[in-house]
Ligand binder design. Sequence first.
Ligand code: UDP
Ligand code: MG
Length: 313
Amino acid sequence: MNPVFSIIAPIYNETGCLGELHTRVKEVMDQTGESWELILVDDGSTDGSTDMIRDLAKKENNVKPVIFARNFGHQIAVTAGMDYSRGDAVVIIDADLQDPPEVILELIAKWREGYEVVYAQRAEREGETWFKLVTASLFYKLIYRITDVKIPLNTGDFRLLDRKVVDVMGSMRERHRFLRGMSAWVGFKSIGVSYKRAARYAGKTKYPFKKMLKLALTAITSFSYMPLQIAMWVGFIAAGISILAIPVVIILRLIGSQFFFGQATTLIAVLFLGGVQLISAGILGEYIGRIYDEVKGRPLYITSEAPEKKFKG
Ligand code: UDP
Ligand code: MG
């Protein structure tokens, strides 16, 4: 029998949070009076989280472990959780309790009203550095502007998805995944529920600046061609300026003016255009690398231990 609810938590070195996560999720989910499963996806932990997950699954039969062969990253871990989930509604939650499990009840209430995507929207954030707050806010504004998908502001992956949505997203096997974008892209009846994002329960963030940058690049390249078009616009502008400049310089020379004489102008122009060309080549490279990753068609993740799979992707 399939449970009504599946809760998915990606785990990367979360020994400090795992026990508390299970206790709080259990407390909340038992209040629904429905059957539920907690899918813990171990994303190549090295701190003993894997054994903790195994022990928990032995004691609690609605805890389902999915153990990765190595670290594949947060978005892939959540995807695996979705592939293995069997519930009519699926809730994605962080393991560090920054997303309070109690909010799940509000998400479920909206789902019962008929909404197919219920995303949790942070009204307040606790215990984040100003650097993270500023970069996150700039990033979401940029994404909102340059992409066609309208990703609701101030949302993370904490959300409830109806089975229909999970199946559609599961059939999208792109390797570079930005789940909140994909969830907005597929559509369906959506609504937000606002909540107060808590501080991390234990441990440190598993998203150093490098990983954040990678996710940001994935978000942009997955949903926008804008970076590829920048080169064209700069090209038009540079060509336009030079076309205007040619007659100006000819006239200046004819009237004997010394304007625009010398190397400096040449040097600046050469450096500027050389720079623009290299940046454009780099942007092209970013997209080509991603195309290469997709055409290789490797599996998104490799599990060393997992229950029977619902989605055969
Ligand atoms: N996570 C993961 N794989 C990774 C990095 C993170 O599964 O490579 C998990 C992590 O265990 C947590 C969630 O993703 O459950 C969010 O990570 P974190 O709380 O460190 O990110 P932050 O909230 O600081 O952005
Ligand atoms: Mg966190």
